[in-house]
Design a protein around this ligand. Structure first.
Ligand code: F1P
Length: 300
C-alpha cells in the first residue's frame, strides 16, 4: 500500500456513505432525540467537532436547545433530555466515563461505527454506522457520515449533498496548497464546527500549523498572525453578519494572505479539505495513514 492510500480510499467513499446514512436516519427516527428535546452532544477530537456542527444545525433548524461539549468537560449537573455521544471507536475513555457517570441511562444515545463497542453497551440506545468505519487513524468518512445522518434526521434530503461530495472529489485543490505554512479555517453556524474539524485534519495528517474560528471572530485578534504564508479557507458564510463575513476576504488579502472561499455546502467543502490534508502530508514526506504521535482511539 502506498502512503495515504487507506485514507484516500475512505475519503473517496464518502458520497456513498452519506447516501446510506439517509436510510439509517429514517430507520432510527425515534431513537434520535425528538424535536423540542433539550439535547447535549458530546465527543472527543473529530467527534467533538461533529458534535459542535450538529448542535448549531439542530438549534438553527428550530428542533430545540442543543449544546456541544468535549466529553471530558460535560456539565453533569444540567438536566438535558438526551445526551448524544459520538465515537467512531466506541472505546474513547472520556466518552465511556461520561456514559458511566450519567445517572439516567435512558437519556443516552451512542452514535458509533462499532455496534459491539463499550460505548454502545453503556448507552440506552445506539445508532451504528459500521459501513462508515475506517482503518485510518485520521477520521474522515465516519465523521461526515454522522453529520449526513443527523442532517437527514433534521429533515434534509442528503442526496444532493452526496452529489456535491462527488463533485468535491473531482475538483482541483487550491493552487500551490503545499506552499503555505499557516492555515486558517473559518465558518459560521454549523460550519464553525466544521472549520475546527478541517484544521484538525491538516494538523493530524500533515503536522500543519492550523487555526479555526467562527468567521466573525477572525478580526478580533487572529488576523494579526496572517501574512503571505497563510492560507485562509472559508467554509461557510451565512448567518446574521453575512455582509460583514463577505467583506472578510478583502480584509484578509490586505495582509498578503491567500483566501479560498468555499464554493459548495461546507460539509462537501470539507471533502476538498481532507484531500488537501493528504496532499500536504505527502508533499511534506509524511504518511497520512500513519500520523505522528496518534492512536486510533485514546484509551487511558
Ligand atoms: C476520537 C479521536 C479522533 C482522533 C484520534 C483519537 O475518536 O479523538 O478524533 O483523530 O484518532 O481519537 P472516537 O471517540 O471518535 O473513536
Amino acid at each position: 500500500m502506498t502512503p495515504g492510500e487507506a485514507t484516500q480510499r475512505e475519503v473517496a467513499s464518502q458520497p456513498d456513505c452519506w447516501r446510506r446514512a439517509g436510510a439509517v436516519a429514517a430507520e432510527h427516527a425515534t431513537v434520535l432525540p425528538p424535536a423540542g428535546a433539550r439535547v447535549a452532544v458530546v465527543g472527543c477530537g473529530t467527534s467533538f467537532h461533529v458534535a459542535q456542527s450538529h448542535a448549531a444545525a439542530r438549534e438553527a433548524a428550530g428542533r430545540g436547545e442543543t449544546d456541544a461539549f468535549p466529553a471530558s468537560e460535560f456539565p453533569t449537573g444540567r438536566p438535558y433530555d438526551a445526551v448524544v455521544a459520538i465515537s467512531r471507536s466506541g472505546t474513547t475513555t472520556e466518552v465511556l466515563r461520561l456514559l458511566e457517570r450519567l445517572d439516567d441511562r435512558r437519556r443516552t444515545v451512542a452514535v458509533v461505527a462499532d455496534p459491539d463497542s463499550p460505548a454502545a453497551a453503556l448507552a440506552a440506545a445506539v445508532v451504528a454506522l459500521p459501513f462508515a468505519d475506517e482503518a485510518s487513524v485520521v477520521q474522515t468518512r465516519f465523521a461526515t457520515t454522522v453529520l449526513a445522518l443527523l442532517r437527514a434526521h433534521l429533515g434534509e434530503d442528503v442526496a444532493p449533498l452526496a452529489a456535491q461530495a462527488d463533485e468535491a472529489l473531482a475538483a482541483p485543490l487550491p493552487a500551490r496548497v503545499e506552499a503555505f505554512r499557516h492555515f486558517v479555517f473559518l465558518g459560521t453556524g454549523a460550519a464553525a464546527g466544521l472549520a475546527g474539524e478541517a484544521a484538525l485534519k491538516l494538523r493530524e495528517a500533515a503536522g500543519a500549523w492550523c487555526e479555526a474560528y467562527p468567521a466573525m471572530e477572525y478580526r478580533h485578534g487572529p488576523l494579526s498572525a496572517a501574512g503571505p504564508e497563510t492560507l485562509v479557507w472559508m467554509l461557510g458564510a451565512g448567518g446574521p453578519y453575512a455582509d460583514a463575513v463577505a467583506a472578510l476576504p478583502g480584509e484578509i488579502e490586505a495582509t498578503g494572505a491567500t483566501v479560498v472561499v468555499g464554493a459548495r455546502d461546507p460539509l462537501a467543502e470539507l471533502v476538498l479539505v481532507q484531500r488537501a490534508a493528504i496532499a500536504l502530508a505527502l508533499a511534506r514526506g509524511l504518511d497520512p495513514d500513519a500520523p505522528r504521535h496518534l492512536s486510533r482511539s485514546v484509551v487511558l
